[in-house]
Design a binder for this molecule. Structure first.
Ligand code: TYD
Length: 205
């Protein structure tokens, strides 16, 4: 069978409506069925910092991209220190629903400097694999209509187009592996699972 060296961190990225949450949760189940210890987690995480960001938006209506990027980076560092690193130390395969590239794509789309976003996220442990669920904007919008998000303010169409462009540039740079997420959930999950088994979990020899 397979063995996981230590823990592994796998990030699932994509625009809203790409199916990240469903895919990530099923992946965890499949990995467990294969005998691995796997855990699902997500960002924005439930930290004091994402709480502060929500309050800020309630009070001021809008948030400046740089303030938002810093709040997300703090939220992420909390997530890394309190959840991700302890799980990795225990040898768990951690599947995170969004990670650093969400900040690059979303806060970058709002105008925050991308190199600076990378700097403030420097202490977020590097993912072993980043999977990009690629979906055309129209399909994502159609799927989003069916789901109530806690973060509605993010989902502006023009903004999402820009987010999509930044994500595609990250794929182009070889930083994320794209999976066609316009297909059925079974096909998407299968492709993701194969990627994880081939790229992250080395077969025991
Ligand atoms: P999402 O995964 O849709 O969360 P939920 O399922 O709770 O609605 O993420 C919420 C929004 O947060 C999404 O529009 C992207 C945005 N976001 C950022 O702008 N920057 C970040 O760093 C992260 C992690 C998320």
């Amino acid at each position: 069978m397979y063995s996981s060296r230590k823990g592994s961190l796998i990030a699932i990225e994509g625009i809203d409506g790409a199916g990240k949450t469903t895919t990530a949760k099923i992946l965890v189940e499949k990995l467990r069925e294969l005998g691995f210890e796997a855990e699902y987690t997500y960002e924005p995480f439930s930290s004091p910092f994402s709480g502060a960001l929500k309050k800020y938006i309630e009070e001021f209506g809008e948030v400046e991209p740089e303030i938002e990027a810093l709040a997300m980076a703090l939220d992420r560092l909390f997530h890394v220190k309190k959840v991700i690193e302890p799980l990795l130390k225990k040898g768990v395969i951690v599947i995170t629903d969004r990670y650093v590239y969400s900040s690059i794509a979303y806060q970058g789309a709002k105008g925050a400097d991308i190199d600076w976003i990378k700097i403030v996220n420097r202490y977020a442990v590097e993912a072993d694999l980043v999977i990009y669920l690629r979906v055309p904007l129209e399909i994502a919008l159609e799927r989003m209509k069916r789901k109530e998000s806690k973060w509605k303010y993010f989902e502006d169409i023009n903004r999402l187009k820009k987010v999509l462009e930044i994500y595609e540039s990250l794929v182009y740079q070889g930083l994320m592996i794209p999976i066609d997420a316009s297909r059925s959930i079974d096909e998407v999950v299968n492709d993701c699972l194969n990627l994880i088994l081939v790229k992250v979990i080395k077969p025991k020899i």
